[in-house]
Write a protein that binds this ligand. Sequence first.
Ligand SMILES: Cc1cc2nc3c(=O)[nH]c(=O)nc-3n(C[C@H](O)[C@H](O)[C@H](O)COP(=O)(O)OP(=O)(O)OC[C@H]3O[C@@H](n4cnc5c(N)ncnc54)[C@H](O)[C@@H]3O)c2cc1C
Ligand SMILES: NC(=O)c1ccc[n+]([C@@H]2O[C@H](COP(=O)([O-])OP(=O)(O)OC[C@H]3O[C@@H](n4cnc5c(N)ncnc54)[C@H](OP(=O)(O)O)[C@@H]3O)[C@@H](O)[C@H]2O)c1
Ligand SMILES: Cc1cc2nc3c(=O)[nH]c(=O)nc-3n(C[C@H](O)[C@H](O)[C@H](O)COP(=O)(O)O)c2cc1C
Ligand SMILES: *[C@@H]1O[C@H](CO)[C@@H](O)[C@H](O)[C@H]1NC(C)=O
Ligand SMILES: *[C@@H]1O[C@H](CO)[C@@H](O)[C@H](O)[C@H]1NC(C)=O
Ligand SMILES: *[C@@H]1O[C@H](CO)[C@@H](O)[C@H](O)[C@H]1NC(C)=O
Ligand SMILES: *[C@@H]1O[C@H](CO)[C@@H](O)[C@H](O)[C@H]1NC(C)=O
Length: 695
Amino acid sequence: MAQLDTLDIVVLVALLLASVAYFTKGTYWAVRKDPYASSYANGSASKAGKSRDILETMDKSGKNCVVFYGSQTGTAEDYASRLAKEGSSRFGLKTMVADLEEYDYDNLDKFPDDKVAMFVLATYGEGEPTDNAVDFYEFITGQDVSFSEGGGAEEKPLSTFKYVAFGLGNNTYEHYNSMVRNVNKALEKLGGSRIGAAGEGDDGAGTMEEDFLSWKEPMWSALTQSMELEEREAVYEPAFEVTEKPDMDAEDDMVYLGEPNKNHLEGASRGPYNAHNPYIAPIVESSEIFKVENRNCLHMEIDIGGSNLTYTTGDHVAVWPTNAGKEVDRFLNVLGLASKRHMVIAVKGLDPTAKVPFPSPTTYDAAVRYHMEICAPVSRQFVSMIAQFAPNESIKAEMTKIGSEKAYFVEKVSSQHLNIAQLLEILGKGEKWTAIPFSLWIEGIHKIQPRYYSISSSSFVQKDRVSVTAIVESVEIPGAPHVVKGVTTNYLLALKQKQHGDPHPDPHGLDYAITGPRNKYDGIHVPVHIRHSNFKLPSDPSTPIIMVGPGTGVAPFRAFVQERAAQAKAGENVGKTMLFFGCRKKMEDFIYENEWEEYKEALGDKFELVVAFSRDGPQKVYVQHKLKEHAEEVNNLLQQKGFFYVCGDAANMAREVNTVLAQIIATQRGIPESKGEEIVKAMRASNQYQEDVWS
Ligand SMILES: Cc1cc2nc3c(=O)[nH]c(=O)nc-3n(C[C@H](O)[C@H](O)[C@H](O)COP(=O)(O)OP(=O)(O)OC[C@H]3O[C@@H](n4cnc5c(N)ncnc54)[C@H](O)[C@@H]3O)c2cc1C
Ligand SMILES: NC(=O)c1ccc[n+]([C@@H]2O[C@H](COP(=O)([O-])OP(=O)(O)OC[C@H]3O[C@@H](n4cnc5c(N)ncnc54)[C@H](OP(=O)(O)O)[C@@H]3O)[C@@H](O)[C@H]2O)c1
Ligand SMILES: Cc1cc2nc3c(=O)[nH]c(=O)nc-3n(C[C@H](O)[C@H](O)[C@H](O)COP(=O)(O)O)c2cc1C
Ligand SMILES: *[C@@H]1O[C@H](CO)[C@@H](O)[C@H](O)[C@H]1NC(C)=O
Ligand SMILES: *[C@@H]1O[C@H](CO)[C@@H](O)[C@H](O)[C@H]1NC(C)=O
Ligand SMILES: *[C@@H]1O[C@H](CO)[C@@H](O)[C@H](O)[C@H]1NC(C)=O
Ligand SMILES: *[C@@H]1O[C@H](CO)[C@@H](O)[C@H](O)[C@H]1NC(C)=O
């Protein structure tokens, strides 16, 4: 038998660690987290081989500032890169961004005092760290934290450690910004010196961006003093080198034309399919389920048979969108790139710490169409950043004003719901913005995000097909020059139109490239993956359930009721199944009206549907009003250990339902309202009350 030499063992261990890390991250891992890390770059093996020693990494790459982030859905990661970028362009710092998970912290006691560490930390759960920050958090707040030189907390081991800190949170949570607060406390206790105040951004008040902007200015002045930096006219330093390859043909089979990774480029895509590697799934059926002209709600059946993807009732399906041709054209036009949209470009990080967010070589068209979130709201800081590349001085002055004055930004940009290309089109008055380096677009525009949909079918009934119930987003702002058209839902609408015989579906002139890169999605296919959730039916079908789901919030409840109807048909003892559904008008958006009748036949009086039509009568009637009318029954079912579920709009409906339920419990049981609230809280903690909400 061949002997394994040391190198083989190192490689094997690295591969093993990499695959363990990969599988244990689970599907809840940050959506925004580098979808290409494992599938496109040279793989996890090289990543695992990378040093976990932050001091060594900084020394080797000549950095004096590291920006660590703890992020779940990418906001903190984004802020971290903005800080790094600004530190470098305005103050000449040698910055790098680092995922907290990728380093060890026991040598922070050797962190030299001419360097600085920045922390950008989101809070999750009940005041908990994000997944990627768990190890760091446990280490730094641990009772018996010990460093390389053996110093415990009393010896102030971090006396040379300079840091700055910003937290991301939401004041509607009980443990507001506890991550940054606790980390700051721990670092102070260990002797670290914080530069400037520890900032706190609040999603709840909708002031995250402004909180960040107003925190960082005083922080930068304190840091300039402490590190004797000199501020300079911000010089843009590209993070990526973008090389045009005029001698390469876009049809060359090495060129990515929107394929999400190498696997897809090389032809037959292979599993396992997950958040890094979508399955190109056939849409086997699609239909319009509203009966009204100006609004659309889609029901789609997506076939996952043969993919090895599995789901259980209550899970989510993620749809990987493609930008509308209309917006891709606008974007390329305003940058003056339209004529060379199919030019092959190679993109590489100019620095080992800069990760290219999409596979290369590619083309301008493919990068913009498939990988960049070009339709999203614009950030004020990004406006400031591109001002220097404006086509002329007067446009530059206007751009600078928009970037620096909050109220003016609201007036000109956010209240109009403009995307970046729409803004540049308006300000440029026909001038093209040709001076903006493409690297700045790669850095400043987010990676396009898969959108999640609550699966509206039961895995017990149809294990190989997931149903989606989606309202097509179309938001008209009075006085604004454009209607906001949701990226993904209008793409799905185009797919539905194609399936129904329109050879060139083009809803509202959006013109999606629905056959995908190299026609790989032809025949009505859509890239998807499945995300498992904890939103689940009770394991015992005889347990009563109460579901509250107005609008598209009914999606997972169609799945629940479908499942229980099938169980009843199979002779199982099914418990009371009560659904509160609300919509605008019975004749317009009462979705699945006929199906409920079928389920009723199977379930008999075990099934009770209560409807609230908000716009059919003189007064608004909502699900929570109906809940109150059925207070006694609701309370009885809960006392029989029934489960309570809410799905849909997080901002208002879900909160109001929570409040009403607490009132119902209090009145029915003759206890104070505060006790009712405590009971609801306890129900949440024990999973008797479950939410699947989105905003
Ligand atoms: C767990 C989960 C489950 C979900 N389940 C469902 C479901 O079952 N059914 C369903 O229909 N939806 C569901 N959603 C919502 C869904 O994921 C999408 O958010 C929704 O379909 C809109 O996607 P879109 O790409 O069409 O719109 P996007 O392009 O993402 O736009 C969404 C909204 O953002 C705003 N917006 C976009 N661009 C701008 C701009 N330039 N300026 C200002 N504002 C802007 C607008 O208000 C717009 O309506 C769920 C979400 C989550 C998180
Ligand atoms: N926070 C938000 O602004 C928000 C949240 C979710 C969805 N949406 C958008 O709305 C569109 C459709 O979403 P949808 O599926 O939820 O359908 P929807 O048709 O907007 O809403 C379904 C039903 O819920 C009612 N409703 C409104 N506010 C409520 C509240 N506070 N409590 C209980 N019920 C309430 C609506 O009544 P009325 O409309 O008659 O008041 C309607 O009857 C989508 O485009 C989506 O983006 C907005
Ligand atoms: C499920 C969930 C739980 C959260 N828990 C808290 C919390 O306990 N305290 C808090 O201040 N913010 C909480 N937040 C708000 C997030 O910290 C905030 O939205 C932040 O911007 C997310 O940053 P990220 O995109 O980098 O993950 C929570 C958000 C979600 C979605
Ligand atoms: C992947 O590895 C090969 C061979 O080791 C190398 O030539 C190539 O540049 C690497 N690619 C990336 C994206 O790192
Ligand atoms: C599904 O899994 C089986 C067994 O693990 C494997 O042989 C097969 O290739 C997989 N199929 C796909 C499409 O990934
Ligand atoms: C800049 O371009 C705009 C649009 O063409 C024009 O109206 C404006 O006068 C120009 N300003 C200068 C200083 O050239
Ligand atoms: C903040 O949390 C509340 C309560 O969960 C939620 O309604 C709201 O949408 C959150 N804000 C943001 C911007 O996520």
